[in-house]
Write a protein that binds this ligand. Structure first.
Ligand code: NAD
Ligand SMILES: O=C(O)C(=O)C[C@@H](O)[C@H](O)[C@H](O)COP(=O)(O)O
Ligand code: ZN
Length: 450
């Protein structure tokens, strides 16, 4: 008898399709005051929940981060990422930096005398000269630059090789510092190059997109894509600092801005109900690039991410919750061809799928599904696949089977469960709900035999 695509997937990921699955995920809870994690308990799940008051944004000290406004001009905040072994680092979130201020802040994180700034051909004309000058202003520093092609399709080993070639050509030694100037693509690639160059050198993140400011520059996940899967080759490697100048967002196209908002919505859904509610009330301001709304959203996102990274740097469990919508979303990015969808757009559709599936499982009520859809749509993000999408059930299942959260052949997903702000990371779900969800989302375009 021929096996259907669904059965083939279930066999790959769950053993025999008809046999009930056993969850192998871990259990972790996090609150504002206590953090506990365990990486080995079986048949349990992760639950994360954190209620945060929106008024706490300028002087909070929460698990995993300490936040303050520590400068006379009050033009920047610092969110501290707290890690083991003296690897803590600051995220500077600011605006209107003077050249002198930016130069001295950045230079305090550069210890060697050779610096390599890597950016792409879209960002270079706007910001490279400025940062090259800021870093060259410090005596005794040699600053080299490298400009890569722009686009998700260039987040590859082949293009990353150019960073290593340049570093070797300029005889950069182990004390050198790489600087990633750009969005998440540049940040992930430069971070990975820094992780493997001479077995690891320092690097600094200067994120210039919302996506990079609220998510990718923080937490040390670095890497490149592979045709068979998103971010499949990489390393955990933390930066020396993250330097955010929200003024750079003035040149960011609307579509890119909206893409980054998908990850802010994610923090609200998985652990920060107050942030979600703030987004419901303030999305228009965020889309209009209102400076204080932008600063609040970036800061609150960095605080959320820093707390999770502190609790679980290498994704033993809790950190996986940052992957809400990503198993579906990464399948959409890889399956459609890198660059077809922006990362945040694919995550937005994936988030809609995760919410739909969670409701199908009876884990959240329909009101939360509707609020999720409404907020994504308010951010002008997609919540469905277009009719001409190449994504069909088989393509979803193929890429999902290779997801990095698959453990011992079992796919695990982040799903919403309970009231707003709560999620689970689990392989213990009814598989038919997942298949049904995929079918609902491909039904409009290319479901087999439709
Ligand atoms: N490491 C992590 O934890 C993490 C988290 C989230 C996303 N990511 C990765 O990040 C990538 C997506 O990042 P992204 O959304 O920043 O995409 P991106 O890096 O491709 O940048 C988006 C576009 O905006 C341009 N751009 C950047 N800054 C600009 C500016 N200030 N003005 C005008 N144009 C500007 C870029 O050149 C590009 O064309 C994906 O590869 C995703 O997997 C990683
Ligand atoms: O930092 C994390 O952990 C995340 O999962 C953040 C995600 O938004 C990001 O897209 C990340 O790159 C996904 O990681 P991956 O391990 O699923 O490739
Ligand atoms: Zn993401």
């Amino acid at each position: 008898m021929m096996m259907s695509t669904t059965d083939a997937f279930l066999t790959t990921c769950y053993g025999t399709p008809t046999v009930p699955t056993v969850a192998t995920s871990v259990s972790t809870t996090l609150s504002t005051t206590t953090t506990s994690s365990s990486s080995s308990s079986s048949s349990s799940r992760i639950v994360s929940s954190l209620a945060v008051s929106t008024s706490s944004s300028s002087s909070t000290s929460t698990s995993g981060t300490s936040t303050n406004s520590s400068n006379n001009n009050n033009n920047y905040d610092i969110v501290q990422v707290e890690l083991s072994d003296g690897r803590d680092y600051p995220i500077y979130i600011g605006t209107s930096y003077s050249d002198e201020q930016a130069s001295s802040m950045l230079s305090s994180h550069i210890h060697g005398n050779k610096v390599l700034i890597v950016t792409n051909d879209k960002i270079a004309p706007m910001y490279l000269e400025k940062y090259q000058k800021l870093l060259s202003d410090q005596e005794g520093k040699d600053v080299f630059t490298l400009v890569l092609p722009d686009g998700e399709e260039y987040k590859s080993m082949e293009i990353l090789q150019r960073i290593l070639d340049k570093a070797l050509e300029e005889t950069l030694d182990r004390k050198c510092t790489f600087v990633a100037l750009g969005g998440g693509v540049i940040g992930d690639m430069v971070g990975f190059a820094a992780a493997i160059y001479q077995r690891g050198v320092n690097f600094i993140q200067i994120p210039t997109t919302v996506m990079a400011m609220v998510d990718s520059s923080v937490g040390g996940k670095t890497g490149v894509n592979h045709p068979l899967g998103k971010n499949m080759i990489g390393a955990f490697h933390q930066p020396q600092c993250v330097f955010i100048d929200t003024d750079t967002l003035s040149t960011l196209p609307d579509r890119e801005l909206q893409s980054g908002i998908a990850e802010i919505i994610k923090y609200g859904l998985i652990r920060d109900a107050a942030l979600f509610e703030w987004l419901e009330d303030n999305m228009d301001l965020l889309l209009a690039r209102d400076p204080s709304a932008t600063r609040y959203a970036v800061k609150r996102s960095c605080e959320n991410k820093a707390e999770v990274v502190k609790a679980d740097e290498k994704e033993a469990g809790l950190r996986a919750t940052l992957n809400l919508g990503h198993t579906f979303g990464h399948a959409i990015e890889s399956g459609s061809g890198y660059g077809t969808w922006l990362h945040g757009e694919a995550v937005a559709i994936g988030t809609a799928m995760a919410a739909t599936m969670s409701a199908e499982l009876g884990w959240i009520d329909s009101d939360l599904v509707q609020r999720t859809y409404r907020l994504l749509e308010k951010a002008n993000l997609p919540v469905e696949l277009p009719v001409d999408s190449p994504m069909d059930q088989a393509t979803f299942l193929k890429y999902m089977a290779a997801d990095k959260k698959v453990a011992n052949g079992q796919l695990r997903l982040i799903l919403l469960k309970g009231p707003l702000g709560n999620c689970v990371f689990t392989g213990d779900f009814d598989q038919t709900a997942m298949i049904q969800t995929i079918d609902e989302f491909v039904a409009e375009c290319c479901r087999p035999n439709s």
